[in-house]
Design a protein around this ligand. Sequence first.
Ligand code: DGL
Length: 281
Amino acid sequence: MASEEFARSAPIGVFDSGLGGLSVLQHIRQTLPHEALLYVADSGFAPYGDKTSAEILERSIAVTDFLQCKKIKALVVACNTATAAAIKHLRLHYPDLIIVGMEPGLKPASILSKTRKVGVLATLSTIQSEKYQHLSTKLSAETGVEFIPQACIGLVDQIEKAEANADQTWLLLQKYLRPLLDIKVDTLVLGCTHYPFVAKLIQQLTSAYIPDGDPITLIDTGKAVASQIQRLLAERYLTNTSRDTPHIHVYTNGNPENLKHACTHWINIPEDKLSVFTFNT
Ligand code: DGL
């Protein structure tokens, strides 16, 4: 194989603390169906949201090293928490790698909100990060929109346990959403890649709480990240030119059955297109 062709056919690596990044992988797969994709769920170390920045950075480097050994051509940090804590360092550590991270969709939310009050659901670590604080202060000053952050402690654990529909999940969401709805938030930013997996529940809860109001707008940036990676690959002539739809390889240091279930049932990857592995980094 010529070296350009080899470079183009290399995989895109995607990682998250666990299953949440699959919400981003789904968009990448739809946008770039001919790319080889490797997904790492660092579930053995989830959740990241209550860890220190130094711990999150250490895990992000370990997982990126693992993916680098698989000769990836690009990396998607499909985790808001890891992006906030580690993306600067990852870019310094791996200067030749295309790296795309997550950014909570505050900008689209500021355009869509009519009440000018936007709730931002994220992990505690993301909300406390310099990156988030800087973005929300800047956008608030520019647009006059008020961003009200809500750390959803415990929600990632529920989703990791595949208990999105359990009573405990509903109670947690009630606790976190009601105060936001009471102050007339009309737009909610899903600032953690796990949360799209409870988007339906959020919609149900908000319409039960304000039955006569307009449905709440939810903002998820997974699709924008897929477009960004598509653009960067094209710019560097690294888009795969093969018309095959390759197998998706997924790795976990947690429970492989959970990961397999999430891939086949939550984002509908056909079983015959999926290979599940464990790793112990
Ligand atoms: N999916 C994550 C995020 O986007 C990780 C959350 C966690 O592990 O706490 O922030």
